[in-house]
Design a protein around this ligand. Structure first.
Ligand SMILES: [Mn+2]
Length: 329
């Protein structure tokens, strides 16, 4: 084997003059070759320090309908291979502005949910203790709960910007309180989030009772429904988000089912009539004023996907979030 056919993986990375290690150079190793990391970035073990970590949490034992989000991280990583160094819409080069790494997967028990929550919280805490901002690739929405526990230990109560078709503030399923439909009930009741700085975006579809929305509002959430987007437009949505969440650390949680199932079919609980990709991008790109300390993209279920479209959406949303974080450096 010569060096021409087997390039040193680290030598193949682009890097800046001040030592930031970026993506594998596609002119040296084509995009379909080599080990698959998010956006062809270095592993966290390949660099001395890092500012932001993309980490998989392949846990889906909290779902109430379709399973399969355990394959989300590998699906999103595969779909991320085309991501490029410069984002003209945000005018930022995220992989040069700061050190971004792929931190691999946090392993949680597939059979013991309480143990899995402890393991996920521990894995997230290790990365936060290293000083990193987090982008979590789920996994089902249950994983937001232990990640918020880890963030709370560092930042105290954080603002929560929640993109989802569903409220995810219900009390229990089959008597279980820790599920993918309950993470933000747990987070509000346990003080993990700032109850004055909470917003849902993209709500739609049926509910269990006439009181669900009022119960959710009692927890402190501002609710922006898809029908509101029709009325006030994406600019109006951004204004409402910034008005509610500016002024402190924010966690952004994106359930991929906020997008219409026509463009994101690979998910656990699809809901008709969701956001388009362009609406989602317009809203995210308006959030440059927020101090985003962590984020997740959850509920990507590749077994239900077609032509990788859902994973492609998730990879691009993770990229936009990284760009927002990078522009705050
Ligand atoms: Mn959800």
């Amino acid at each position: 084997m010569t060096t021409e056919t087997m390039p040193d993986p680290l030598a193949a990375h682009l890097r800046t003059s001040d030592g930031v290690v970026g993506q594998v150079d596609p002119q040296t190793v084509p995009r379909w070759a080599g080990l698959t990391t998010f956006a062809r970035l270095p592993r966290h073990t390949d660099v001395e320090r890092f500012d932001a970590a993309v980490v998989g949490v392949p846990f889906d034992a909290g779902v109430t309908y379709r399973s399969g989000a355990r394959f989300g991280p590998q699906g999103i990583r595969t779909a991320s291979q085309l991501l490029k160094p410069y984002n003209p819409a945000q005018d930022v080069m995220p992989f040069e502005a700061f050190q971004v790494v792929d931190a691999g997967d946090i392993i949680g028990s597939p059979f013991d949910i309480a143990e899995a929550m402890r393991q996920i919280r521990g894995g997230a805490s290790e990365l936060l203790d290293a000083g990193a901002k987090l982008i979590v690739l789920g996994g089902d929405h249950t994983v937001a709960y232990p990640v918020l526990q880890a963030l709370h230990a560092v930042h105290g109560p954080v603002g929560l910007l929640h993109f989802d078709a569903h409220l995810d503030t219900w009390g229990s399923y089959f008597g279980a309180q820790v599920t993918h439909g309950t993470p933000f009930r747990l987070a509000t009741e346990q003080g993990l989030v700032d109850n004055n700085r909470l917003a849902h975006v993209g709500l739609r579809g049926g509910l269990y009772s006439r009181t669900d929305l009022a119960d959710d509002a009692d927890l402190g959430f501002t609710a922006i429904h898809c029908s509101d987007i029709d009325r006030i437009g994406t600019e109006g949505v951004v204004d409402r988000i910034l008005g509610r969440l500016a002024g402190g650390p924010v966690y952004v949680s994106i359930d991929i089912d906020v997008l219409d199932p026509g463009i994101a079919p690979g998910t656990g609980t699809p809901e008709f009539g969701g956001l388009t990709g362009r609406e989602m991008l317009r809203i995210l790109r308006g959030l440059g004023g927020l101090n985003i300390v962590g984020a997740d993209i959850v509920e990507v279920a590749p077994p239900y996907d077609h032509a990788e479209v859902t994973s492609l959406a998730a990879a691009n949303l993770a990229y936009e979030l990284l760009c927002l974080m990078a522009s705050q450096q």
